[in-house]
Design a protein around this ligand. Structure first.
Ligand code: GLA
Length: 396
């Protein structure tokens, strides 16, 4: 059976009630509860930190943070899923990750303090429903929900895009992962029924509607290869090397986003082969993402599906961030009824694929891809039937 992660109003109510009951048992008092979703990226992969375009959607899976204030300067943090009771002094927060699950919360608090925002002492209880290590941004969801919760007790009002930026900083400077803005942004700004075409330079965005009879079928390969973090940072450095090269030809180039496809092609033989491949992926992926938004908006699912396939091939052959399991999952989908296109999603080296599938075929699609993947790899995948949902907010 596939897991449904689609419409989530009922599920949020359930999570909200359970969380409040647990909170009362642990800390006492009636907390406010904030929710932030995980995401799936339809196209535009490894383009966000190149100041390019991405097209993610927020999902029905969310992280929840319940909070009440305390009369002192302490931050007490507990989780429904993980053991341990953490307590920090608000005026003496760590500046770097500690390796504990509470890092994402403390990181956000620490960045808020560094920016000079007043924070009140608080009790927090976390409840994470985004699958962990699956490339669906469970950490961004915790960061965003924590930021909204912590800000709710203070005097500072930040817009949701500012919250996204702040959470990205927590991830970059506190946790130490050099991620782009995509995950935190869509967790804040996602909208039911569509993906966001986001310009990661200006943070302007447009809504790209997903037809109501299309399901986002997310297939979890259940693998996460160790390479993930190291290779992510290497890719970023390779992109930076590409930018340094192209700046020599045009000083106006600040990021790979600025490199025209013609300039890229003219220099195919001059750059070291690996650097050229990385640049070629990013430059063309940006164009694909713009084309995909136009295709979705025009309701041209065949074109959208083809662009997703091209994106996967480019991530596999040029950016080299796919892996055997993800390729098998993508190949397994190809001739299934109702399927328009699919690709790996997120950073890569494991995690999930995302597939556009006609709703009436989605259950069968899930059953067949599970069987095919299990036969080819010996691993039983999880398959989630999803739709685009709203971004973060308070539950009441
Ligand atoms: C991870 C990062 C994002 C983005 C993707 C690749 O999910 O968190 O910022 O770079 O990889 O597109």
């Amino acid at each position: 059976m596939a897991e449904f992660a689609g419409d989530s109003r009922q599920r949020h109510t359930l999570d909200f009630t359970t969380l409040r009951v647990h909170f009362e048992k642990i800390f006492g008092g009636k907390p406010r509860v904030f929710r932030a979703p995980g995401r799936v990226n339809l196209i535009g992969e490894h383009t966000d930190y190149n100041e390019g375009f991405v097209m993610p959607a927020a999902l029905g899976f969310s992280a929840y943070v319940a909070i009440t204030s305390r009369p002192n300067r302490k931050l007490a943090i507990r989780s429904q899923e993980f053991p341990g009771e953490y307590e920090f002094d608000l005026d003496n927060l760590p500046a770097k990750r500690t390796g504990a699950w509470c890092d994402y919360v403390v990181g956000v608090a620490s960045v808020l303090r560094l920016r000079g925002y007043e924070l009140a002492g608080a009790n927090l209880l976390l409840h994470g429903k985004v699958p962990i290590g699956a490339g669906l941004s469970s950490s961004a969801a915790i960061e965003v929900a924590s930021a909204l919760a912590l800000l709710s007790l203070g005097k500072t009002e930040l817009s949701l895009p500012e919250v996204a930026r702040l959470c990205q900083q927590a991830e970059n400077n506190f946790v130490g992962a050099r991620v782009g803005i995509m995950d935190q942004f869509v967790s804040c700004m996602g909208k039911t029924g569509g993906a966001l075409l986001l310009d990661c330079r200006s943070l302007e965005f447009k809504f790209a509607p997903i037809p109501a009879d299309i399901q986002l079928v997310i297939c979890n390969s259940m693998v996460k290869h160790d390479l993930a973090t190291g290779a992510y940072n290497t890719r970023r450095e390779e992109c930076e090397e590409g930018v340094r090269y192209f700046t020599k030809w045009n000083p106006g180039i600040r990021a790979l986003r600025d490199v025209p496809i013609e300039l890229l092609d003219q220099h195919a033989k001059d750059l070291p082969a690996t650097i050229w491949k990385r640049c070629a992926h990013v430059v063309r992926e940006n164009q694909r993402t713009l084309d995909a938004a136009a295709a979705l908006t025009a309701g041209d699912l065949v074109r959208m599906g083809n662009l997703m396939q091209e994106s996967h091939e480019s991530l596999r052959d040029l950016y080299e961030v796919s892996c055997r399991e993800l390729d098998i999952m993508v190949d397994s989908a190809q001739d299934l009824p109702g399927f328009y296109g699919g690709r790996m999603t997120g950073g890569g080296f494991g995690g999930c694929t995302v597939n556009l599938v006609r709703e009436k075929n989605a259950e069968d699609f899930a059953a067949q891809i599970r069987e095919r993947y299990r036969t080819a790899t010996g691993i039983t995948p999880l398959v989630y039937l999803c739709s685009a949902q709203d971004g973060a907010g308070e539950l009441s």
